[in-house]
Design a protein around this ligand. Structure first.
Ligand code: CA
Length: 240
């Protein structure tokens, strides 16, 4: 049974979310301020954390940064409507997803299922990866290339002009989707499905955020024009 930490200082919302999660069979702890959130997150092994941003004592963004220094537990942010900067800053700081208040409980539950499933998939991938390390390198390893950028699917590594590029999981998945589909224009919806899971229910404009991150980490730094925007449709990597 997955264990979830709910960090929310509005008692009614916290109680409502707690009851709904318990009804779904999750084990739930809840705290109502930022310091208690950091303490709880670092002293327990939660499967997922729901984190409000406006909190007493420490705000959610700072809580997220402190948790991320030590743990890669999935974090879903609870943000105010139209707080675009919060969403972007949150994703930058390592949040896995966000949901805008007020939210429908079904949507929150769907996001939680996606985040937990992704965590399981990552754990399985890491396990098979470490099992494979001792073996000979497979000459047919899955390596994608375009415009001086290489992406090693099995090793989860990206190089630009021979230098390693640090990407978050989601950035990696978006880039992989584009590199696997060279010259094919990918819609935001398709990229969101490929990068965030087939049952992705969030807003697809977060794809624009990942594209922006990829451009600043690759295009700008290495002076490559890797990803092309196709107005009104989506994104493509054109090659050849
Ligand atoms: Ca709050």
């Amino acid at each position: 049974m997955a264990k979830i930490l709910v960090v929310e200082d509005e008692p009614k919302i916290a109680r409502f979310v707690e009851l709904e999660l318990m009804h779904e069979g999750y084990e739930v702890d809840k705290v109502d301020n930022g310091r208690a959130a950091v303490d709880a997150a670092l002293s327990h092994d939660y499967d997922l954390i729901l984190l409000d941003i406006l909190l007493p004592q420490l705000n959610g963004m700072e809580v997220l940064r402190r948790i991320r220094r030590e743990k890669d537990v999935p974090v879903i942010l609870l943000t105010a409507r139209d707080a675009v900067m919060d969403k972007v800053a949150g994703l930058d700081a390592g949040a896995d997803d966000y949901i805008t208040k007020p939210f429908a409980i079904e949507e929150l539950l769907a996001r939680i299922r996606v985040a937990l499933k992704r965590r399981e998939a990552n754990a399985a991938a890491n396990a098979s990866e470490s099992a494979a390390v001792s073996e000979e390198l497979d000459p047919n390893r899955h390596i994608l290339q375009a415009k001086g950028v290489t992406l090693d699917v099995e090793r989860h590594e990206v190089m630009a002009q021979g230098e390693p590029v640090e990407l978050t999981n989601r950035e990696f998945e978006v880039l992989k989707a584009l590199m696997e589909n060279l010259n094919i224009v990918m819609t935001r919806e398709r990229l969101a499905q490929l990068a965030c899971g087939y049952d992705f229910v969030g807003e697809t404009n977060i794809i624009d955020v990942y594209i922006r991150h990829l451009r600043s980490k690759i295009d700008d730094r290495y002076n490559i024009k890797l990803i092309t925007t196709v107005r009104g449709v989506g994104y493509v990597i054109r090659e050849g």
